[in-house]
Design a protein around this ligand. Structure first.
Ligand SMILES: C[S@@+](CC[C@H](N)C(=O)[O-])C[C@H]1O[C@@H](n2cnc3c(N)ncnc32)[C@H](O)[C@@H]1O
Length: 335
């Protein structure tokens, strides 16, 4: 089998406190499945790479190119004790330039590389063949990192967020960005009313990344995520992906806006989100393990009728963010 090495984007190590190659290896293990044998982190001449073997590189090239932090790929070649690294082209399938997710900077932003990793492993865990475009809901959308990464990956995206100011800031950014890039789009932010009652506001964006491309949809509704099913009605999604409040900068909207952990919020909201998934769809959640253990989260997901992915690579995604946050990622399928 041919051997390959993935060089991880240098900036990823700042995000993952030196654990970027290790996390990328796990991401590849989940996303490539049996198409590649991932050998983990390999150090060549002092530089860390993610190593893998395959006898069918074209079968994994799409997955490798979509990884959250793949910077370059090399095939290991060589003979007679001389090792050479032969560059292999990455195929760029991103629908938008990466500045769509890197320009916005604000307190409480979920790192974009980690967000992409979370979306990738969640999408790889779906068992349904999406007929038509994949739809993704971030029910804790903040200022839209998951939604922008989802658009970049070609999905139609939807969000719920209780902080109206965050949605307004995201709307303002998107409008300026799409205009400045001269991308064909329509964007509006309107009140939502049902039976004469105000339900909040709706940000609606339709955008065509390149002439001739499929038009993509983004919709964000303001409101409490526990009411997400009421807000969205019958609409169901292939993916639900969220970064739960860490109880540090952001709190959940219940106890006066600050909840030391998101345990209460997740216990209430996860069953609602599970009901919004299509059969064969998957949920991916990032959370701070200092407020809620994996066992507790697994029990909540079980109770909501989901099938937690509780083996192998899925259990090795935990990583330190700072002294008050040990972040982990949880994935579950809707049978
Ligand atoms: C960790 S942040 C997500 C940040 C987002 N991924 C981003 O990069 O902008 C969690 C978000 O959940 C929102 N939130 C907390 N409780 C909520 C609730 N009950 N309903 C809706 N949104 C809520 C917070 O306002 C915050 O924006």
């Amino acid at each position: 089998m041919a051997q390959y090495l993935i060089l991880v984007t240098p900036s990823a190590n700042r995000v993952f406190a030196g654990q970027a190659a290790g996390l990328s290896a796990i991401e590849l293990e989940i996303c490539a499945g049996s198409a590649a044998a991932v050998s983990g982190v390999q150090t060549v001449a002092g530089v860390d790479y993610v190593g893998f073997e395959t006898d069918d590189y074209p079968a994994v090239s799409g997955v490798v190119s979509r990884l959250s932090s793949a910077y370059a790929v090399f095939e290991r070649v060589g003979a007679d004790g001389v090792e050479l690294l032969r560059p292999v082209e990455l195929v760029d399938t991103d629908r938008f330039a990466d500045d769509l997710v890197t320009i916005p900077k604000y307190q409480g932003k979920t790192n974009e590389q980690f967000t992409r990793l979370l979306i990738n492993i969640t999408a790889a865990s779906m068992t349904r063949d999406a007929s038509g475009p994949i739809t993704l809901l971030d029910p804790l959308a903040g200022r839209g990192t998951t939604l922008s990464v989802g658009l970049t990956l070609g999905y139609d995206v939807a969000g719920v967020e209780s902080d109206v100011k965050a949605v307004e800031a995201y709307a303002a950014f998107l409008k300026t960005y799409l205009r400045r890039k001269r991308l064909k789009h329509k964007a509006s932010m309107d009140p939502v009313r049902r039976e004469g009652r105000s339900l909040g506001r709706r940000l609606q964006v339709e955008v065509t990344p390149e002439p001739g491309d499929r038009q993509q949809q983004l919709t964000v509704l303001t409101g409490d995520t526990r009411q997400s099913a009421v807000l969205w009605g019958k609409r169901k999604f292939d993916l639900v992906v969220a970064d739960a409040p860490y109880g540090v900068v952001h709190g959940s909207a219940d106890r006066g806006g600050r909840d030391r952990s998101s345990a209460g919020l997740l216990a209430d909201a996860l069953p609602v989100w599970a009901g919004q998934l299509k059969h064969g769809g998957a949920l991916g959640l990032a959370w701070n393990t200092y407020g809620l253990t994996r066992e507790e989260l697994t029990a909540i997901a079980d109770g909501a009728g989901l099938e937690p992915m509780d083996d192998g690579p899925y259990l090795r995604l935990g990583h330190r963010v700072d002294s008050s946050i040990f972040r982990d990622a949880f994935v579950a399928r809707k049978p």
